[in-house]
Design a protein around this ligand. Sequence first.
Ligand SMILES: [Ca+2]
Ligand SMILES: [Ca+2]
Ligand SMILES: [Ca+2]
Ligand SMILES: [Ca+2]
Length: 506
Amino acid sequence: MKTWARCPPGRASLSWLSLFALGAAAWACSGTPHGGSGSGGAPSTDPVGAGGATPGGEASGSDAASGVTTGSGGAGGAPSPGAGGGAPSAGAGGGAGTGGPGAVAFGAFPGAEGFGRMATGARGGDVYHVTNLNDSGPGSLRDAISQPNRTVVFDVGGVIKIDSRLVFKNNQTIAGQTAPGGGITVYGNGTSFSDASNTIVRYVRFRMGKIGDSGKDTVTMASGHDVIWDHCSLSWGRDGTFDLNRESGAELYNITLQDSIVAQGLQTHSTGGIVNTTGTSIIRSLYIDNNSRNPKARGTLQFVNNVVYNWVTSGYILGDTSGRSDGVMVGNYLIPGPETKGGTLDSPTPEYHLHAADNWYDSNKDGVLNGRLLGQGDFGSVTWETAPSVEVPDVPAMSAEDAFDHVMKHAGASLWRDPVDDFLMEELASLGAEGATISDEKSLGLPGTVGDIPGGSAPADTDQDGMPDAWEVSASLDPHDPEDRNGDRNGDGWTNLEEYINSLVP
Ligand SMILES: [Ca+2]
Ligand SMILES: [Ca+2]
Ligand SMILES: [Ca+2]
Ligand SMILES: [Ca+2]
């Protein structure tokens, strides 16, 4: 039943470069008239459940926390981005400066979108090679992230089992896409990104689990700004799995989660997480097998082209609080699974100011994606906004159906999908037949609990600047000069090291 009008242009067929040039298309697309297109479902027999009270007791994450292979300093490096902190403009920054088709909007990396897109990471800073899978000590990930201003590259792939939480620092770039073999899985406890401002994390799996600390989150951030997680697989939180819960008196803003998975928050407090910030974008990501909070939205949340599957008591929570919130929901697909009891759009309040367009709901569990368009009435007592009630970044939206396809193919650390993500994607593909919350990660029955991850081997990098010899030669750089990592040979704003790590991914 693919009868509704698609949102042109079809995003999936576009390159990242052309996407940036099309930034303005998002809101044109979001103007899809409610109920006008659509397959004419039968709302009266297919209501979204209002749901009941949501679990309380939200814990706000708060916590405390060599092998540097190249020294600090180096070339002046990249120009700072033209756009300021919270500026929502889609304009190109200090990059190439040539307009028109093909122009690249400068940001954390090509394809970075949403509130967190301008995170600078460790641009111009040091490099640290993770050379082993140890929990601590020289060459470990824990040692790598113990100092700010580091781009972390991986010479090994596999599972890093951690006994205590990993606490990230500011101005770090965690380049999980550099890991050989099957990439990197962090298993055994959670992480904190509180005050880890200007940090970029790409292609890493963070799996906490029952062996992690009770009452803690897989990923937590209670303060700070300008952080982007891209193609990350997050699972098995004991409190939240992806929790951005602004501490009283702290600032928490300019954050993006994109092309990622938030999965299987562990029962009995099984949640995706709370997102309570003054500016977060969640884009093309999957929330799956979380009892509630998929997510629990407070503050300002831009939620574009996501898929929510097999929640139990609560899907997307519309505020559930007396404080004002501003939400933008465009092009999402909400799909009940075997355990879903209702609560699709849960706990709305008039304090939740919502602009919503082109969101779809498929509850018939027939193995086919054939939902209906959600209309204003489905969102209950929210204050309905015909345009975003706060400024949000331009995020080109595809149709909800295309978003489903995109998530199936690309969400999570998808350079190499691990057995956990494969399992989750099979559940999602069943469209109602399969899906279950869990209370113990061992119930998946995978070897080593998280599945086998091939190790692989890293290419030679003689000067240890993070750029392999062969790539340096091909780029007319010097494989015996580590300082050239922070140059910018093509003047596009991204350093040579960034050019390399960004070249590894689609
Ligand atoms: Ca269906
Ligand atoms: Ca090198
Ligand atoms: Ca070099
Ligand atoms: Ca460059």
